[in-house]
Ligand binder design. Structure first.
Ligand SMILES: [Zn+2]
Length: 881
């Protein structure tokens, strides 16, 4: 139908000369015959054990696009593994033909272009569409939404009922049928491989996104993964949808579906109207489900209204109605059976019997549901029985249609009120306190970090400017070139929330009950994570201060000055490590030394034995200031070599391993991957200088997957044999670098003069689900180069250490410790006093081998850029004796 659409566009083009919207073009009449998904795939969506695969889905969507003038498929980019990442634009033919006009109105709804006239404003309300985005199955094992989307699209493309017409005329529906195409195919293939065998419910032994797996919805402020960046572009640079529904699945035992609103605490930077609309849309979904006779619908539970980074929820600070649905899971596509409970009579706690049937368990029936008390937020509890993928598809079809219908019904009110939120946001910023956030790049310990910070803000749609001249704000002087983030902008709430210190509000279910622990991380202060000082300006910036928009992804100019064959540059952050790796690869001889007395505090990297051109390339692409000289600097240098590095990869699909791998690749460290069999096989020292273990419980490293439904080739861990290999490796001079809970493997299985103080503390005594902490770094320590003496790190329930009596052959040094008071910099942590003054990063020289323990998480979710160099230095140290 491309040709006929082209003709239609020509006809409309003539009409468009008048700027008022044209009458709705007739739709439906000219539809070519389109097979239903069932006809196309050969099974009904959600049929037991049947799954459509991404490549076939895409084929179907392209067929729909050909047959219907209501659906357009746009490829937004390629996924990590190179698969097409698409959005479907679904609306009336008229809306799609004039999509640029409607996109323009939507942009004005948010940006308002200064002070619009009444007529311009009314045009948005009267002619604008409710732009709704629905994102499916980012967690690839949560297969339901992507399967559902096929039926939904077929219906919207072919149904000629008044309700569907109402939706198509009033809504522009952006459907991302899979936020994770790579994972979708991995999960389908793994499921089909095991279908009908004893391993049918076996969890996949690798991540369903190459680097981050299930953490792929924890990336919406650092934007490390291409899928996050593509999504951010759609949301905050392209369509600016007012409503964003992200569809997930949860555990199998309780409620059938979670709808909004979520539960306390709320976040102070979200406009209350956004929470109101969360409730309205969520309750519209709930009402539609109740009307269809569905049970087990819950709201105000589990998921809190506080945290950043989780897909649709990150819309809240962008004045978008961000919605979540969570469906009860089946075993991928295999149904579950659950013992039945009686309404209002919770089973005795002892009734935990037939485990299984859950997301990764066995095949027996699940224990009866325990939440069976009817109440306001859960009036008709789920009482157990059979549950299938088709049930998930049915619920999600109803909830998604309800979202679209509600948006259509309330189109004008939604537009008016979102406009008001946007207007009020800008207005509040104009009044000040804060009026702006400023970042002076040259005043930072790592000047390049300020650019990285600005880049992340820009991806999130925040406008950043550069001051054209020096200025004074709140009685402080700032030089020309300072980055300025004015609060008088539509995404000002986001900028404020992402850059300020987080204070997690205390939530108590009753005045006497203890405060509840948060659901997820409680800190995302981007300046701290990147080691950048950001200043909140209270009063207005000086009148007439020239502000120039900063181009996307600002770069710092790098250059080589002076002359000679010895090159030196300050090692102030992660780019320093990339430069070292590039120089080593080019055959340079590279050393690190402390600067001469009286010079700046940074360690200095010295390189020689490479042509000037190579050094210029490295400096230019990374933004480094390199000094060339005829002689080596006087300070003694530690010579670096490229470490022969191995990263342990368990068969438990470790996200931290994936994040670590991503960080290594981004910083150009060559590495090998070691599986259990490789560790057991021994002879590790012949091949490697250093073996890196990402965060993982020690017991899990040793024993791995033990569940009976694990395929034999992925069962078990490194075992006693592997432990013996690691001991031999260290005895032969190898280095082990242990991150987070993997430290316990070393403290338990090697005689080390270090005690993990976290162990033995109860959750009531010490607990931190994700907190930014202050760290004092010994910058003279080999691990401390490239890091500021006082910086920020990320802590997430991992070990902290006290030193104990050791053998005289062991030399223990502390590279970083927590301060004696005021450990918490941002977020929530219980039991701060127990970690005050304690060691965070410890190196134990066992002569000849070495073990480095990172209790602190130096590369957490690839966000903690301020502490990346400590990890890199541990790798260098292993090869620099
Ligand atoms: Zn999920």
């Amino acid at each position: 139908m491309r040709a006929s659409r082209f003709v239609l566009a020509l006809v409309l083009g003539v009409v468009l000369i008048s700027s008022s919207p044209v009458a709705t073009a007739p739709t439906g009449a000219q539809q070519a015959a389109l097979p239903t998904p069932e006809q196309f795939f050969g099974f009904r969506m959600g049929a037991d054990t049947k799954l459509a695969r991404w490549d076939k889905m895409l084929e179907y969507y392209r067929l729909v696009e050909k047959a219907s003038d209501r659906v357009r498929v746009r490829e937004l980019g390629k996924s990590t593994e190179g698969n097409p990442f698409v959005v479907l634009e679904v609306a009336s033919a008229e809306s799609l033909t004039r999509s640029d006009y409607y996109r323009g109105l939507q942009r004005r709804l948010y940006f308002q272009d200064g002070a619009p006239t009444d007529a311009q404003r009314d045009e948005i309300f009267q002619s604008g569409k409710a732009v709704v985005v629905v994102t499916c199955s980012i967690h690839a094992t949560e297969v339901g939404a992507s399967q559902m989307a096929l039926e939904l699209v077929h219906r919207l493309a072919t149904d000629s009922s008044p309700r569907v017409k109402h939706v198509l005329d009033n809504v522009i529906f952006l459907l991302v049928p899979s936020l994770n195409p790579d994972g979708q195919m991995m999960v389908v293939d793994w499921y089909n491989k095991n279908l009908g065998t004893e391993f049918e419910a076996s969890p996949m032994p690798w991540l369903y996104q190459r680097y981050v797996g299930h953490d792929n919805n924890r990336d919406m402020y650092m934007f490390t993964q291409v899928e996050s960046r593509i999504t951010a572009k759609l949301l905050w640079h392209d369509w600016f949808p007012s409503v964003w529904l992200d569809e997930h699945q949860m555990g199998s035992n309780g409620a059938r579906i979670f709808v909004m609103p979520a539960t306390d605490p709320i976040n102070p930077n979200v406009h209350p109207l956004v929470y109101r609309w969360n409730g309205l849309f969520g309750q519209a979904q709930g009402a539609a489900l109740e009307a269809a006779g569905k049970d087990g619908i819950i709201y105000n539970s589990t998921y809190t209204n506080f945290w950043q980074g989780a897909m649709a929820w990150s819309g809240w600070w962008h004045n978008q109605v961000g919605l979540l649905t969570e469906m009860a899971s089946v075993r991928v596509a295999s149904p579950t059976e659950q013992q039945r409970a009686q309404l209002g009579r919770p089973p005795a706690p002892a009734a935990e019997g037939g485990r299984g049937g859950g997301r990764g368990g066995g095949t027996g029936p699940l224990p009866a549901p325990t939440d069976v008390m009817p109440r306001t937020e859960y009036p008709r509890p789920w009482l157990g029985g059979r549950w299938t993928l088709r049930d998930i598809v049915d619920y999600e079809l109803i909830a998604t249609m309800a979202t679209l219908e509600y948006a259509a019904d309330r189109r004008e009110t939604l537009l008016r009120q979102i406009y008001e939120v946007n207007r009020a946001t800008v207005e509040a910023g104009r009044k000040g306190d804060p009026s702006a956030i400023v970042i002076a790049p040259d005043a930072q310990p790592d000047p390049l970090a300020a650019n990285r910070l600005v880049d992340r803000l820009q991806i999130a749609g925040v406008k950043v400017y550069r001051a054209g001249a020096a200025f004074k704000a709140d009685d402080k002087d700032y030089p020309a070139g300072t980055f300025v983030v004015p609060m008088a902008q539509v995404f000002g709430r986001y900028a404020k929330d992402i850059l300020e210190k987080q204070t997690y509000p205390e939530v108590r279910r009753s005045p006497t009950s203890p405060p509840e622990a948060p659901y997820d991380v409680t800190a995302w202060s981007l300046g701290m994570l990147l080691g950048v000082e950001v200043t909140f300006v209270k009063n207005s910036l000086p009148e007439g201060l020239a502000l120039t928009p900063v181009p996307a992804s600002p770069k710092r100019a790098g250059a080589v000055s002076g002359s000679g064959t010895f090159f030196a540059f300050d090692y102030t952050g992660p780019e320093g490590a990339i430069a070292i790796n590039r120089l080593l690869k080019a055959g340079a001889s590279v050393g690190v030394s402390r600067p001469p007395t009286g010079a700046s505090g940074a360690a200095v990297v010295e390189a020689s034995g490479v042509p000037l051109k190579t050094m210029q390339e490295v400096a230019g692409t990374l933004g480094l200031q390199v000094r060339a000289a005829a002689r080596r600097a006087a300070a003694p240098a530690r010579t670096l070599k490229s470490p022969r590095l191995a990263l342990y990869q368990p068969w438990t699909a470790s996200m931290d391993e994936g994040w670590t791998r991503w960080v290594l690749e981004q910083h150009e460290f060559p590495y090998a991957t070691l599986h259990n069999a490789d560790v057991k096989a021994g002879k590790l020292r012949d091949r490697f200088d250093v073996i890196l273990f990402a965060d993982q419980q020690a017991g899990s490293i040793v024993s791995g997957n033990a569940a009976p439904n694990t395929r034999p080739e992925y069962r078990g861990g490194i075992g006693d044999e592997g432990l013996a290999s690691l001991r031999t490796f260290v005895a032969a001079g190898g280095t082990l670098v242990m991150l987070g809970n993997a430290c316990d493997l070393a403290t338990e299985h090697f005689p080390l003069p270090v005690k993990n103080l976290k162990r033995g503390l109860t959750r009531d005594q010490h607990f931190a689900p994700g907190t930014i902490v202050k760290v004092e770094v010994d910058t003279a320590h080999p691990l401390g180069a490239g890091v500021a003496a006082s910086t920020y790190g990320f802590y997430n329930n991992s070990p902290f250490f006290a030193l104990t009596e050791g053998f005289s052959s062991q030399q223990v040094t502390v590279a970083a410790r927590y301060p004696n008071a005021g450990v918490v910099a941002s977020g929530w942590l219980r039991g701060e006093e127990s970690m005050a003054g304690r060691a965070a990063v410890v190196a134990i020289d066992l002569k000849p081998g070495r073990i480095v323990l990172f209790g602190l998480r130096p590369q957490h979710r690839a966000q903690t850029q301020a502490t990346f160099p400590m990890l890199f230095n541990a790798l260098y140290l292993a090869a620099s004796q």
